[in-house]
Design a protein around this ligand. Structure first.
Ligand code: ADP
Ligand code: MN
Length: 328
């Protein structure tokens, strides 16, 4: 509870509406609660059909009642009400937030991409006016044709160690034919001498990409067997931009898939990192976020537009893997 004594805006927010907060230590996300998102996180603990999804969602810690205005940046500790099973009244909802694991917390330099999935961007309860607007948005962006939109991303600069933000205007403006370029920007290949602004060296980025691709293929299969409408849901892909930590993380996960490198029997037990406090984070994480317009819909079959989006993502990753493989 003492963690939630002070909050600040989440500096690494790459998409969505402003207003996502983080705790003082950065380990948790505090996001305004919407009824469907609350329902979904609650259903996750009760509905056996949703169980396979759990490893691919941020940990849900419950709801938090903010005392006073959200932007007051202060929360009273006694205001912490963990009520994972109660649906609040509508007027109460305006002061309720959901508390989630911050997926980028374990990283020293998180490169973060939010990919909005699906061809349909409106909820079934939307007004005709809103439906019309959201259909137009889908047609004017990559959503309608490919089932994805690059919502936004941040990349660490290798030289300044500062994050560089690519705003949502980029992902909104590009055409389907530009998506491979967008993916190549996020999975940048760094020059081996470290002089390039962004990106990891080939020996790190390739196994990372392959593993991320496998995780996303697993998530796709789960989604394809779920009867739900997941409007506005995103894949959040986070990977370590720090070269040493990323390489170490890849090694630790046994992900060294660089077949060209035949001396994989090299003994690294003498890996003596003196700084015990600087434990290496995981090299990447891939999770689903944003269930503000997700509904479990038994009998209605899977969300085909979202599954289509997953297939686009997999195709783009395959393309990027091939591109980097051939460049070596
Ligand atoms: P919105 O409904 O405004 O789109 P999202 O749930 O998509 O809200 O969150 C907006 C942004 O906040 C995401 O693009 C991401 O950058 C950040 N974010 C949301 N949830 C998490 C999380 N659990 N861990 C890390 N970052 C998150
Ligand atoms: Mn979102």
């Amino acid at each position: 509870e003492s963690l939630i004594s002070a909050t600040r805006p989440l500096a690494s927010q790459v998409g969505g509406h402003a207003g996502v907060l983080t705790t003082e230590d950065g380990s948790l996300i505090i996001k305004p609660a919407l009824p469907l998102e609350l329902l979904f996180y609650q259903a996750l603990n009760q509905n056996a059909e949703l169980e396979p999804l759990r490893p691919f969602l941020p940990k849900f810690f419950g709801t938090l009642k903010l005392e006073g205005q959200i932007d007051e940046n202060a929360i009273e500790e006694e205001g912490l009400v963990l009520t994972p099973l109660d649906i609040p009244e509508k007027d109460e909802l305006s002061v309720l937030s959901i508390v989630l694991e911050n997926l980028s917390y374990p990283f020293l330099k998180p490169n973060i991409l939010d990919v909005k999935l699906g061809t349909v961007l409106y909820d079934e309860a939307a007004t005709p006016d809103k439906i019309e607007r959201m259909e137009q948005t889908a047609r004017e962006t990559t959503s309608h044709e490919t089932g994805i939109r690059l919502t936004g991303f941040q990349m660490y600069d290798n030289n300044t160690s500062q994050p560089i933000n690519t705003p949502k205007s980029y992902g909104k403006s590009i055409k389907p034919a530009d998506l491979p370029e967008g993916i190549a920007r996020f999975f940048a290949l760094g020059t081996e001498d470290g002089s390039s602004n962004t990106g990891l060296p080939r020996a790190t980025v390739l196994p990372l990409l392959r593993s991320i691709r496998e995780d996303i293929a697993d998530i796709r299969e789960i989604i394809a067997s779920l009867e739900a409408r997941m409007v506005g849901m995103s894949l959040l892909i986070v990977y370590e931009a720090d070269w040493a930590l990323a390489a170490e993380g890849v090694k630790r996960l046994g992900l060294e898939a660089d077949e060209e490198d035949e001396d994989d029997d090299d003994d690294d037990e003498d890996d003596d990192d003196d700084d015990e406090s600087k434990r290496p984070g995981p090299p990447y994480v891939v999770k689903l976020i944003d269930f503000a317009h997700t509904r479990v819909t038994p009998g209605k079959g899977p969300d085909e537009g979202v599954v289509f989006g997953f297939d686009t993502v997999l195709r783009l990753l395959d393309g990027r893997i091939a591109q980097i493989s051939e460049s070596g």
